[in-house]
Ligand binder design. Structure first.
Ligand code: ZN
Length: 182
C-alpha cells in the first residue's frame, strides 16, 4: 500500500515539475516576444512601412499627375495608358476595340509608367538618405566636439572623464600631477 502511495506521489511530483518547466518556457517565450516587439526595431520598422505606403502614394501621384502629363506634352500628347500593341498582328484604334476583339494585348504604356514610378521613388529615397546621412554626420561631429572640450582621458585606466577632475571617478587614481608631469 505504501509503495503504491509512493509511486503515485512520485508521478505527481514529476508531473508538477513538468508543468513548472512548461510554464517557465512559456514565460521565456513571452519575454522574448516582448523584447522583439517593443525593444527591437519593430516599431521603427512599422513606422517605416506606414510612411513608405503614404510615400508610395505621393510618388504615384507625382508620376501620374505631374511627370506623365509633361512627358505626353513633350511627346505630342501620347497618353501612356493608351500605349499598347496586340500580338495578333492587326491594328486597333483603341484599347477598347482590341479588348473587344479578345486578342492578347501588350500594355507597354502601363509598364513605362511603372518604370517611371520606380525611378522617381529611387531618386527620392536616394536624396532622402543623402540628406539624413548629412544631418546625422553633422550631429555626430558636433557632439564629438562638445565631448572633446569637456572630457579628458585618465592616464591610468584610459577612460573618458571630466576635464577638471582631480581624481578619476572610474579607477580613483589621483590625477593632480597629470598636467605637471606632461
Ligand atoms: Zn582612471
Amino acid at each position: 500500500m505504501s509503495e503504491i502511495n509512493e509511486n503515485i506521489n512520485e508521478q505527481h511530483q514529476s508531473l508538477k515539475e513538468e508543468l513548472k518547466k512548461q510554464k517557465e518556457k512559456r514565460k521565456q517565450n513571452y519575454k522574448e516576444f516582448k523584447q522583439f516587439a517593443f525593444k527591437g526595431n519593430i516599431i521603427d520598422l512599422s513606422i517605416g512601412v506606414i510612411i513608405g505606403a503614404a510615400f508610395s502614394k505621393i510618388v504615384t501621384s507625382f508620376s501620374n499627375d505631374i511627370i506623365v502629363p509633361i512627358i505626353s506634352l513633350l511627346t505630342s500628347n501620347i497618353n501612356f495608358a493608351n500605349l499598347f500593341f496586340t500580338l495578333d498582328g492587326n491594328k486597333y484604334e483603341t484599347i477598347e476595340l482590341a479588348k473587344q476583339a479578345n486578342v492578347p494585348i501588350i500594355y507597354y504604356g502601363n509598364f513605362l509608367t511603372t518604370v517611371t514610378d520606380f525611378l522617381i521613388t529611387a531618386i527620392c529615397i536616394f536624396v532622402a538618405i543623402k540628406l539624413l546621412q548629412k544631418f546625422k554626420f553633422n550631429k555626430h561631429t558636433k557632439e564629438e566636439e562638445k565631448q572633446a572640450i569637456t572630457t579628458k582621458e585618465c592616464i591610468y585606466c584610459k577612460t573618458s572623464i571630466p576635464i577638471h577632475a582631480s581624481r578619476c571617478p572610474n579607477c580613483t587614481s589621483i590625477l593632480e600631477q597629470q598636467s605637471s608631469r606632461e
